[in-house]
Write a protein that binds this ligand. Structure first.
Ligand code: GLY
Length: 358
C-alpha cells in the first residue's frame, strides 16, 4: 500500500493508494472510526463500485448504510443536502458516525459538506472513484455545493479522516470522464512540475488503459503535489490559488453552458485561455502554448468551444470566488512548470482571448 500524508497538525490525515477495497477495514481502525458508517454515492457509481466497497465494509463491526444521489453536477445543490440530512436524521446518528463519499467530485463535495454541518461535524472519509477526484478534489478538504448557477459558491474547508484511492476503480469509468480527470493531472504538471507534464505526455496510452503501475505513480505524484500545496496554505490565502489555474475562464464556461460540459473539459479550455493571455502579456512563448495544446488534444480534451458566447462568459467570470475588488484574477503561466497570480484589468484583452477560444 502506498501512503502519503497531508500534514495539517491535529487534522493530519493519510491518503492510501490501493488496487482494491480490501484494506478499508484496517484504515478505519487506524483512524479509530467506530460508529455507524453511511456510504454516500451516486446512481452511476452505485452500479459499478458500491457492491465491492460495501462487502469490504460489511466485515467491519460498524453498522453500514448506503444513500444514493442522482449522478451529475445538477445534484450539487442544497436540495440534495436537505435530503441527505433527512436520511441521516432517520438513522438517529450520533457524533461518532462517519460519512463515506464513494464517487467523483460531486459526491465528495456534497458528502463533505453534509459531514461538516450535520451535528456540527461528523467524521468524513473520501473514496474517490474518478480521476478528477483522485487527482484533485478528494484531497484538501474543499467541500460545498453550487448555488443559483455559480459553482462551489457555498461551502467550507473540512478535512477527511483519510482518503482511500483504489486506482482500479477507474476501469469502470466512462472514457469521457477519464479524459476530463486528466485535465487536473495536466494542471499539476503545468503549475509545478515540467517533468510530470512530460511523463503524462509519454504515458498517455498506458493512462487510457488504466495501467496499474502508471496509475499508482500518477496518483502518488498528484497527491504529493496537492498535499504539498494544501499543507502550506490550507484555507487558500495565497499559494493554494495556483490550483485554480484555468478555472477563471473554466468555471465561467461551465456555468454558462449550464454544466453540460464536464469540469475537466471546461478547465482544459481555460488552460488554453490562460496561455494565450500570458502570451499576449509577454510571459510565455508560442511553442509552450503549442505543447499544452498538443497534450490536451492527445488526452482527448477540448481546446476551444465552438460558439462560445464571449460577453456571457466574461460577465459570468465576475461571479467567482477569486474576484478581488471586482477585478478578475488569473493564474497565468511563466513556463510549463511555473505560474503566478495576477489581476488582469483589461476587458478588451480578455475578450480578445475569449474570442480566440471559439
Ligand atoms: N481544486 C482546487 C483546490 O483544491 O484548491
Amino acid at each position: 500500500m502506498i501512503k502519503q500524508n497531508v500534514n495539517l497538525g491535529d487534522r493530519t490525515y493519510p491518503i492510501y493508494i490501493e488496487t482494491d477495497y480490501g484494506s478499508i477495514e484496517k484504515c478505519l481502525e487506524s483512524a479509530k472510526i467506530s460508529g455507524t458508517i453511511v456510504v454516500i454515492t451516486d446512481s452511476n457509481v452505485d452500479k459499478f463500485q458500491c457492491a465491492d466497497l460495501m462487502s469490504a465494509l460489511e466485515s467491519c463491526k460498524n453498522p453500514v448504510y448506503k444513500y444514493v444521489i442522482d449522478a451529475g453536477e445538477k445534484s450539487k445543490n442544497l436540495m440534495t443536502i436537505q435530503k441527505i440530512y433527512q436520511y441521516l436524521m432517520s438513522l438517529k446518528l450520533d457524533r461518532k458516525a462517519t460519512l463515506v463519499a464513494l464517487g467523483g467530485g460531486v459526491v465528495g463535495d456534497i458528502t463533505g459538506f453534509a459531514a461538516a454541518t450535520f451535528l456540527r461535524g461528523i467524521n468524513f472519509v473520501q473514496v474517490p472513484t474518478t480521476l478528477l477526484a483522485q487527482a484533485d478534489s478528494s484531497v484538501g478538504g474543499k467541500v460545498g455545493v453550487d448555488f443559483e448557477g455559480s459553482k462551489n459558491i457555498i461551502g467550507s474547508f473540512y478535512q477527511p479522516k483519510f482518503v482511500y484511492i483504489n486506482v482500479n476503480s477507474l476501469k469502470t469509468l466512462p472514457e469521457r470522464e477519464l479524459k476530463a480527470g486528466l485535465a487536473e493531472v495536466v494542471k499539476h504538471g503545468i503549475i509545478l512540475d515540467m517533468e510530470f507534464f512530460e511523463y503524462i505526455d509519454d504515458n498517455i496510452d498506458k493512462i487510457f488503459k488504466v495501467n496499474e503501475d502508471v496509475m499508482k505513480y500518477l496518483t502518488k505524484v498528484n497527491c504529493s503535489i496537492k498535499a504539498g500545496i494544501v499543507e502550506k496554505d490550507e484555507k487558500e490565502n495565497g499559494l493554494r490559488e495556483i490550483l485554480n489555474f484555468g478555472h477563471t475562464i473554466g468555471h465561467a464556461i461551465e456555468s454558462v453552458m449550464n454544466f453540460e460540459l464536464l469540469h475537466g473539459e471546461c478547465i482544459a479550455i481555460g488552460f488554453v485561455g490562460a496561455f494565450k493571455l500570458a502570451g499576449y502579456m509577454g510571459m510565455v512563448n508560442a511553442s509552450e502554448l503549442e505543447k499544452v495544446i498538443s497534450l490536451l488534444k492527445k488526452a482527448g480534451l477540448p481546446v476551444r468551444l465552438e460558439g462560445l458566447d464571449v460577453d456571457r462568459v466574461y460577465k459570468q467570470m465576475f461571479y467567482d470566488k477569486k474576484i478581488k475588488d471586482n477585478k478578475l484574477t488569473f493564474i497565468l503561466p511563466k513556463s510549463i512548470g511555473g505560474v503566478l497570480q495576477l489581476i488582469v484589468d483589461d476587458e478588451q484583452l480578455i475578450k480578445k482571448v475569449l474570442g480566440e477560444l471559439r
